[in-house]
Write a protein that binds this ligand. Structure first.
Ligand SMILES: [Zn+2]
Length: 65
């Protein structure tokens, strides 16, 4: 009598949290925020460089004020 005990390798993946992309300052490389955006303008608190993420450059150049 041969008994084949198959140990089912059940890999319990508990990685439920989504991996958000890191958005860093183009100038000083400081982490500004995490996540994906359609379009956002953010000012770096470190070097005070205002930059756009997700939006096209043509529309980003249009500044009010
Ligand atoms: Zn910066």
């Amino acid at each position: 009598m041969s008994k084949t005990a198959q140990a089912g390798a059940t890999a319990a993946c508990k990685k439920d949290e989504p991996v958000l992309p890191e958005i860093r300052c183009k100038r000083c490389n400081r982490l500004l925020f995490k996540g994906s955006v359609i379009g956002v303008e953010v000012k770096c608190p470190k070097c005070r460089c205002i930059q756009c993420f997700g939006c096209t450059d043509g529309k980003a150049a249009q500044k009010i004020q």
